[in-house]
Ligand binder design. Structure first.
Ligand SMILES: *[C@@H]1O[C@H](CO)[C@@H](O)[C@H](O)[C@H]1NC(C)=O
Ligand SMILES: *[C@@H]1O[C@H](CO)[C@@H](O)[C@H](O)[C@H]1NC(C)=O
Ligand SMILES: *[C@@H]1O[C@H](CO)[C@@H](O)[C@H](O)[C@H]1NC(C)=O
Ligand SMILES: *[C@@H]1O[C@H](CO)[C@@H](O)[C@H](O)[C@H]1NC(C)=O
Ligand SMILES: *[C@@H]1O[C@H](CO)[C@@H](O)[C@H](O)[C@H]1NC(C)=O
Ligand SMILES: *[C@@H]1O[C@H](CO)[C@@H](O)[C@H](O)[C@H]1NC(C)=O
Ligand SMILES: *[C@@H]1O[C@H](CO)[C@@H](O)[C@H](O)[C@H]1NC(C)=O
Ligand SMILES: *[C@@H]1O[C@H](CO)[C@@H](O)[C@H](O)[C@H]1NC(C)=O
Ligand SMILES: *[C@@H]1O[C@H](CO)[C@@H](O)[C@H](O)[C@H]1NC(C)=O
Ligand SMILES: CC(=O)N[C@H]1CO[C@H](CO)[C@@H](O)[C@@H]1O
Length: 452
């Protein structure tokens, strides 16, 4: 039904769609223009340089990346950190990390430096790196966990020996133009700021040492910069209405014409395995659906007790080429302040607004369901949530029982328009409103179509 209206609307507004589109985009799921994330307002990645010793022509520094974001992690192939030297510095050697390019070191008559580029890019080493090239917190292939999920693995470090630099805290110049890729765009980094030298506690905790000089760089994520099309959508259902509200059509893209060779994988194709195994980068990886999202989150209002109500959440992977390790889900719903029980997921409450406790971070249990398997029979994880009713706010009316916002791995999931939510029986008074809403909804779908 929705796709019908799309076609109609497309006909109607042939001449001026551009302006309309922009107007609509700014109102639909594209909260991506937000400069920062409302559910994680203090989220950032802080990069700290600690100079730990001076050398004849420069210094040795330990560079530490702290992922202070509650739920946005960096998955394989991992982070890369770049900067521009302020003077003519070179990198003599590194531990726990490496630059991607050496650059032109032909001026050096002795052993050439590790990197002579004016704007080096550093990446993490891989797990299994020999011990003599490791330092603490290195060598995880650039993977960084989120702060709420696994703070111990939200840190990465490498050590760098810099030459042709200053050799005192007066002559050292802080590098400029820091860039962080994770691995694509999305982060903007501020300038390096000289801060109080970091203090380190020795292994036996009986002695404190301190860096000779420290500077911090703060990098912030913006979905707008990442320029990602949505990667996830939400579908809804309830025990009190047979309607299953699907993900909006074209949430993450539209299915190509059958005349063009498919941009998605038909699960019924007889040679599924060979299509999926095709190593070409451009080969399709997502199962053909109306929403074309690699991930769908389904929220089912399952049961109504006197004091409690129960929801079932299912995450389904439609991506044939991706196992999501350490996946996470952020859900905003007013009843999370009275979450009583949760089955088979980990839970942590996030309180982005300080006092309002309506946002939950959910993630899988290690070795049980922390891996969301590639599309197929195993490609889903699920949980049930039990909420205690607060008599003053609880209702099944007006879609109250459905989530306000869902993120998968930090990316905003496309929600069905509120007026399409399953109704309580006998909610006839809302019928006129919903005709308008339906038209609006198809606009949204159209906008998404055209965008993708
Ligand atoms: C970065 O995040 C940390 C931890 O949440 C916070 O203390 C700090 O103020 C943030 N920095 C900036 C510049 O937002
Ligand atoms: C440099 O070191 C001196 C003492 O050695 C200290 O007084 C000064 O604050 C330091 N400056 C910076 C920018 O760290
Ligand atoms: C840093 O980047 C800005 C803009 O990209 C550029 O104008 C500036 O020259 C760069 N600075 C250095 C030292 O490369
Ligand atoms: C610098 O970064 C560290 C985290 O690596 C943080 O603990 C410290 O508070 C930061 N300093 C300032 C002044 O932001
Ligand atoms: C399918 O392709 C034909 C010709 O390439 C085009 O006219 C038609 O509009 C396309 N339909 C859709 C739904 O994109
Ligand atoms: C996902 O994991 C399974 C089991 O570990 C493995 O067989 C499969 O090849 C993996 N798929 C991808 C795309 O990495
Ligand atoms: C939010 O509510 C949950 C569930 O009742 C509770 O476990 C958690 O401690 C609360 N968090 C805060 C910050 O109030
Ligand atoms: C169920 O909800 C849909 C809206 O999603 C509505 O059209 C339908 O009338 C509702 N069914 C009943 C029995 O109320
Ligand atoms: C719905 O309406 C019918 C008839 O209008 C009535 O018999 C029934 O009790 C109503 N159900 C509820 C839950 O209000
Ligand atoms: C019914 C019930 O337990 N309500 C509680 C829900 O949570 C808020 C805030 O934590 C409490 O104030 C209510 O009493």
């Amino acid at each position: 039904m929705l796709s019908c209206s799309v076609a109609k609307i497309r006909f109607f507004i042939k001449p001026p769609p551009c302006i309309l589109l922009f107007f609509l985009l700014s109102f639909t799921s594209f909260t991506s223009t937000e400069a920062y994330d409302v559910l994680d307002p203090n989220g950032n990645i802080t990069i700290r340089w600690d100079i730990i010793s001076w050398t004849p022509d420069g210094y040795v520094a330990v560079v530490t990346l702290n992922n202070f974001q509650q739920y946005r992690h960096i998955s394989a192939p991992g982070w890369s950190l770049g900067w521009t030297w302020a003077k003519k510095e070179v990198i003599w050697s590194m531990m726990g990390g490496q630059t991607t390019e050496q650059g032109d070191c032909s001026k050096f008559k002795t052993t050439p430096p590790h990197c002579c580029k004016k704007d080096p890019t550093v990446v993490d080493l891989l797990p299994g790196t020999p011990y003599n090239q490791q330092i603490a917190n290195c060598c995880k292939g650039g993977v960084l966990s989120s702060w709420a999920q696994d703070p111990a693995n939200a840190i990465a470090s490498f050590q760098i020996s810099v030459g042709r630099a200053g050799t005192s805290n007066k002559t050292v110049k802080v590098p400029k133009n820091f860039t962080l890729k994770a691995p694509g765009p999305g982060y903007t980094c501020g300038p390096g700021k000289i801060v109080q030298p970091t203090q380190f506690l020795t292994g036996d905790k009986r002695r404190r040492t301190q860096a000779l000089m420290t500077w911090n760089v703060t990098c912030m994520y913006s979905q707008f910069l990442a320029q990602k099309t949505p990667t996830c959508c939400v579908s809804l259902s309830s025990f009190y209405n047979d309607t299953i509200v699907p993900c909006p059509t074209c949430s993450c893209g539209c299915q190509g014409n059958s005349s063009q060779s498919g941009n998605c994988v038909d699960p019924d194709t007889p040679h599924l395995a060979s299509v999926v195994a095709n190593p070409a980068k451009s080969s399709p990886f997502v199962q053909c659906t109306r929403h074309m999202c690699p991930v769908r989150v389904h929220w089912h209002v399952k049961l109504n007790y006197k004091e409690y109500w129960r929801v079932k959440v299912t995450i389904t992977n439609f991506n044939y080429k991706m196992n999501y390790t350490d996946w996470n889900l952020v859900i905003q719903h007013p009843n999370f302040d009275n979450l009583t029980q949760l089955f088979s997921f980990n839970y942590k409450s996030l309180t982005p607004y300080g006092t309002i406790n309506d946002t939950a971070l959910l993630w899988g249990i290690k070795f049980y369901n922390d891996l969301l398997m590639e599309a197929g029979p195993e490609g889903n994880v699920q949980s049930e949530l039990l909420f205690r009713k607060d008599k003053s706010t609880f209702t099944f009316d007006k879609g109250w029982a459905f989530p306000r916002r869902i993120y998968f791995n930090g990316d905003n999931c496309v929600m069905p328009p509120p007026d399409a939510y399953p109704w309580l029986p006998n909610a006839s008074s809302r019928r006129e409103v919903s005709l308008l809403a339906l038209v609006l909804a198809s606009f949204v779908v159209f906008a998404l179509c055209a965008y993708a």
